[in-house]
Each structure stands twice: as structure tokens, then as C-alpha cells.
Ligand binder design. Structure first.
Ligand code: PNS
Length: 187
């Protein structure tokens, strides 16, 4: 299982998925549903982008999860968690996370892989930052993501609202009525 936020998927993510698909029998790429308060892309958009990008990889499946990653991994009968390490700066956080996950579920191993060095500086956060400031992201993300980023930047307000609505639908409408103000049915 390769968990992450993928907001948006980058060439680094794709590189890691391809490497993972070569060494694992099956790879489930799992998008965390509630990672950030204001994501750039709705979970459903990330899901469809990743599905399109990995359509040629027959042993790769894209899914979403909520709550503890180890619980979702267990529900899949996954044996390994795949994570990417780009530079030594990633190591501390990744080690901490791997050890915490091992504490939570000792049977699950974390496997680290390095993406191609040409992607060692690429992160979703920086891609969002560059794109939002009108900079080029060609070569850092797949073309379909580049196109989607362009669309976001040109229609920001409407998009932000659309993401909120899409994410609420993704969450099964659980957050549609946060204050519990819906009228209760009469007994
Ligand atoms: O792409 P990211 O944002 O670096 O991925 C982080 C992710 C989704 C792998 C991590 O935040 C996660 O697993 N969250 C789920 C909640 C959980 O299990 N937390 C404990 C991890 S030690």
C-alpha cells in the first residue's frame, strides 16, 4: 500500500508507483481523505487523476482511506507500506512515522524507495505554490495534472467552493450539517 495526500500527484509519485509496481505483486495507492483543511484538489479529482495516470499498470489500484493508515492496510491484508524518500530531510519524519506505524501494527513493514534523482526536489506543496503564483510546472507533474492546475488557477473562487462540496460528498455528507441544525424527524 502506498499512502499519501497526492494533492496533486507529481511525477515523483508516479515514478515511485512504477517502481513499486515492479517489486510488489499488487500495489494499492491510498489517498488520505481528510489530510488538509483546504486542499487544492478534491479527493475525487485526485482519485480520477491517479486512475488515469496508472491505467497502464495492471497491478496498481487507487483507493481512498480515512482514519488510521494501519487499520486500512490491515483491511486490505497489505504486508508493506511503501513510502518515498527524496532526500535526507525526509528521513526523520518518515522514520518517526514508520516506527509509530510499527508500534500500532508490528506485522506491517514500511519499505522506502527513492524516486529518480531528477524528482528529488519535487513536492506537491511546492508544485501548488509555483502553480498558484503563475510559474511553470512542466516536467514536475504529468500533463493531465498540469492541465488541471491551469484550470484551477484560472477559476479559483468557483473551484474552491466546488472542492468543498465535492469533499463533503466524498465524506458521505457527514460534514454537511456540522452544527447538527438539521430538523429532527418527528417520532
Ligand atoms: O503524502 P503525505 O501527506 O506525506 O502522506 C502522509 C500520510 C497520509 C501517509 C499520513 O499522514 C497518514 O498515514 N495519515 C493517516 C493517519 C495515520 O495513520 N496517522 C499515523 C501515522 S504515524
Amino acid at each position: 500500500m502506498y499512502p499519501g495526500s497526492f494533492d496533486p500527484p507529481t511525477n515523483g509519485h508516479l515514478d515511485l508507483i512504477e517502481r513499486g509496481a515492479k517489486i510488489f505483486e499488487e500495489l494499492v495507492v491510498a489517498i488520505l481523505r481528510n489530510s488538509e483543511k483546504s486542499p487544492m484538489f478534491a479527493v475525487s479529482e485526485r482519485l480520477s487523476m491517479l486512475r488515469e495516470l496508472t491505467a497502464n499498470l495492471k497491478n496498481v489500484r487507487i483507493d481512498t482511506f480515512d482514519g488510521l493508515m494501519v487499520e486500512y492496510a490491515k483491511s486490505l491484508n497489505a504486508t508493506c507500506i511503501l513510502r518515498g524518500i527524496r532526500a535526507i530531510s525526509d528521513y526523520e519524519y518518515e522514520l518517526q512515522m514508520a516506527l509509530m506505524n510499527r508500534k500500532l501494527e508490528p506485522t506491517l513493514e514500511t519499505v522506502f524507495m527513492m524516486p529518480a534523482d531528477k524528482y528529488s526536489y519535487v513536492s506537491s506543496r511546492l508544485v501548488r505554490e509555483v502553480a498558484q503564483a503563475g510559474g511553470p510546472v512542466k516536467g514536475l507533474v504529468p500533463e493531465v495534472v498540469e492541465q488541471k492546475l491551469r484550470e484551477k488557477i484560472t477559476t479559483p473562487k468557483r473551484e474552491t467552493r466546488a472542492i468543498e462540496i465535492l469533499d463533503r460528498i466524498d465524506l458521505g455528507g457527514k460534514e454537511l450539517d456540522p452544527k447538527g441544525t438539521k430538523r429532527k424527524k418527528k417520532a
